[in-house]
Ligand binder design. Structure first.
Ligand code: MLT
Length: 406
């Protein structure tokens, strides 16, 4: 008899953003005349930067000629892109990362979801709350948790993010082997200083733990003092893996390109205490299960680092940051306390009521979609997340409608 992976039965009914999409489509069915402004899922709306489009077109043309046609590329990504990443995203910021430590992929969601495969089934895992649901759900699927009781899975060390700690969780009280961190944070928009990251790196070194650092939103950092990468912290090369994405940086949500950095010095152990390189394990996993991102997409991503590309990307992000500033100001003026929206496209708002109730109120009365904080964990209850990814006109319209609705 064929049997299922019963760990899937422990999961909540559906993935947060699928659930929200279903609610929107049912609302639209019942209210076909209402125009909805979507500030829920962080999906970009501005077109790709011109430099990326040009590189994309040129690469497609290359694929159309026998002399320049390309079949399978290297599973880890083309050297031209990996070299640019190492130089621009890391070495220029003083982080010692080399091209061969970078793995190009089709998304940070997939990588942050898949990486847990290279770790043992019985390790202790520390996950922030609120949190991007992928980290938790993929560990549930892999059987590392017990059942979910009162919104919390057994065997997970939750790191509470609260108003009191500014949504920067404290170090775990019990030893953790694998720690998920995300800065600038999704969903709260909170950012971590060098001092905060240094404490985590020190913790990981002392506990022989590994930090999975999701930096998908680093391009939104405008404060000079805030680190963009965990590898700007001394000692992080031994204990951290970092995830980056072009989705929010350069409008690639529909184009798909991201990367993961696994330093060659980052180690984990067998049950007998023998040291193993996580770089080799991830390389083995990546080359077995992944066949590379398409050549034109990698050429488009490479263009992000050209002179014109980097200016265009900055303009693109500044646009969303202006939206974020407006949302934060309007919601603050309405009497709501807000986190984020400064070095981040997300504004985390204390709605002073049940998250889903506030979500329904905004949808029904204002025709605005947000994301209910409770969907990101128990500590998110009472909050909503508003995303800055839309046109300025739509953000202005949403704010005008929210003002009337509340
Ligand atoms: C979000 O809205 O949290 C993100 O867009 C989801 C994602 O990047 O997968």
């Amino acid at each position: 008899m064929i049997r299922i992976n019963e760990h899937y039965l422990k999961l909540q009914a559906s993935y947060l953003f699928s659930d929200i999409a279903r609610r929107i489509s049912s609302f639209q069915k019942n209210n076909p005349e209402r125009e909805i402004v979507k500030l829920g899922i962080g999906d970009v709306t501005r077109p790709l930067p011109e430099a990326c489009i040009e590189a994309f077109h040129a690469a497609v043309d290359e694929m159309g000629m026998e002399s320049t046609f390309k079949g399978y590329g290297p599973e880890q990504g083309y050297g031209f892109l990996r070299e640019k990443i190492a130089e621009h995203d890391f070495q220029k910021r003083g982080a010692n990362i080399t091209a061969d430590e970078i793995f190009i992929s089709d998304g940070a969601k997939c990588d942050t979801g898949n990486i847990q495969e290279i770790f043992a089934a019985d390790i202790s895992i520390a996950i922030p709350d609120p949190v991007y649901p992928v980290y938790l759900d993929t560990n549930v699927m892999a059987g590392r948790t017990g059942i979910c009781k009162d919104g919390r899975y057994e065997n997970i060390l939750y790191l509470d993010g609260t108003t009191e700690n500014g949504f920067i969780p404290d170090l775990p009280e019990r030893p953790a082997d694998l720690i998920y961190l995300c800065f600038p944070n999704n969903p709260t928009g909170a950012v971590a200083t060098k001092g905060i990251l240094a404490r985590w790196v020190e913790y990981a070194r002392e506990n022989k733990a590994v930090i999975l650092f999701d930096a998908a939103y680093e391009a939104f950092i405008r404060d000079e003092e805030i680190p963009h990468s965990i590898f700007e912290i001394d000692g992080a090369r031994e204990v951290a893996i970092e995830f980056r994405s072009y989705s929010k940086t350069a409008g690639f949500t529909g184009t798909r390109c991201a990367y993961t950095v696994v330093p060659k010095t980052c180690m984990a152990y067998t049950s007998g205490g023998e040291k193993h390189s996580l770089h080799s394990l991830w390389n083995r996993r990546h080359s077995t299960k992944f066949n590379g991102v398409s050549y034109p997409v990698q050429k488009a991503a490479e263009a992000v680092y050209s002179e014109e590309g980097s200016v265009q990307v900055k303009v693109l992000i500044d646009y969303y940051l202006e939206n974020a500033k407006l949302i934060r100001k309007e919601m603050t003026d309405l009497g709501y306390s807000c986190v984020g929206g400064i070095n981040s496209p997300y504004i985390w708002i204390n709605g002073k009521t049940d998250s889903w109730k506030f979500f329904d109120l905004l949808l029904n009365k204002a025709g605005v979609v947000c994301t209910p904080g409770a969907g990101f964990g128990r500590c998110g209850e009472g909050f909503i997340r508003i995303s800055a990814f839309n046109s300025l006109e739509n953000v202005q319209l949403a704010m005008e409608r929210i003002r009337k609705a509340v």
